[in-house]
Design a protein around this ligand. Sequence first.
Ligand code: GLC
Ligand code: CA
Length: 546
Amino acid sequence: MKEKWWKRSTVYQIYPRSFCDSNGDGIGDINGIRSKLWYLERLGIDVIWLSPVYPSPNADNGYDISDYYGVAPESGTIEDMKALIKECENCGIKIMMDLVVSHTSDEHPWFVEAKSSPDNPYRDYYIWRKGKADQAPNDMESCFGGNAWEYSEETGEYYLHFYHKKQPDLNWENDAVRKEIWKMMNYWIDMGVKGFRMDVIDVIGKVPDQKIKENGPRLHEYLQEMNRETFGGRDMMTVGECWGADTEIGKLYSDPERRELDMIFQFEQMQADQVPGKNKWDLKPLDLVYLKQTFAKWQQELDGKGWNSLFWNSHDLPRIVSRWGNDRKYRVESAKMLATVLHGMKGTPYIYQGEEIGMTNYPFSGIEDFADVEAVNMYRERERAGYSRDEIMKSLCEKARDNARTSMQWDSGHEAGFTEGTPWYHVNPNYIEINAEMALEDKNSIFYYYQKLIRLRKEEAVLTYGTFKLLCPDDEHIFAYVREWDEKKWLVIGNFYEEPAEFSYPESGRVILSNYEQETEILPGQISLRPYETLICEMITISKSS
Ligand code: GLC
Ligand code: CA
């Protein structure tokens, strides 16, 4: 495998609205990010994935873009953006932009033109169909609930939207659309961004008449064209968000020989707590065996043939310490354990803002607490379908995207130090005990633990290139595996539960990292793991030649 900087890098995702507000309007902005670069530098991350800062009516918090070339007034100005790129460069951090090109906002000038008449030159930038006897063209569904076709009064036809009705899908079959997108990507490349995170990129090959959404027939052709026309041959980092990928598809995206993307951001392992065949709102307790085996499958299948993203969190997922850790008594221990088993694998790790201080889910009390269109629509749909209020609330509390969107907790002052005004959304009341300032003052904090993991990845090739072997695949309490590279053998173990657990390994080793006070060595045989205990050990193996 070729040496590439992004294989040793750690990415930090910023959701700008909720990160830091510089001017007291309650909305996080680019200058707020600039004021916190010292913090990211101290953490040691290499890349910022910047969720959208483009002008947007915010039907989906910026994932509905009305101008690909600009910066939203609430986020700042293009000058602020240039300054951010420059200042990041000075401290060795690269900016990866969110690229949302499967759809635009319905307020994008292309769509405003397109909907005005069937003959408009922009009509074919989107996907229009006639209805069938006063009904939508077919029964494809929107991810936010309801039919994916919206009737448009002006011309009496329907347009396709896989998300909000204010997010009409672009027609990628139209060459002119693709050319517009390449042009826009090159504009940001010229401005100095060093990567793109591609929003729901697996749906650009859609063929709605055949009800094909993900993995359409021309998807990979489009990505190869994109590579040629934009970032190909430049030293950048690209990652595709794909909800509907298996490992074979994962290789198509990320096999370097194919010249598409560098890595894939897929979600198969994140389904370990949902009822199979249902959706994320249909809850079941974590199936650790599924989780481990799914990770292991991706680790092995992509080895040498592609590249994985490693993540627990994003702006679309609930907080991991609340989800699969313990956000009360063992918050610190379990957050560190989860970080260890994730960052110990092969791939590029992603940290979502606040994860590094162990931020938790929000204590929602009713539907009025949710801001996200997905949550609000789900509530209405399930109510209509006869679910009880308690059932719906339970699903929402556990899985709503709003859990990730509360303000970053900087300190124990006014509104957690996020804003001097009134935040656009909730601040978790636990900011008094959980905040960045306190984490920085405590040498045993989750923050410094992440700092060590990030540093280890830079220093130790075994983490980047080592082979991966899952141990005790059927054990229901422990996640353990071995990484091996160039005479080095690392063992990573995590106890996923509060109950102590036993693990046995036939070799001795030196402890590299742990979330408990430890002996410096482990001996061959039984290892007793305390609640949520985790270890990385370098095993002392007898060299192969002797
Ligand atoms: C992606 C984004 C999500 C957004 C959706 C539509 O999944 O991560 O936040 O709602 O795409 O753009
Ligand atoms: Ca602001």
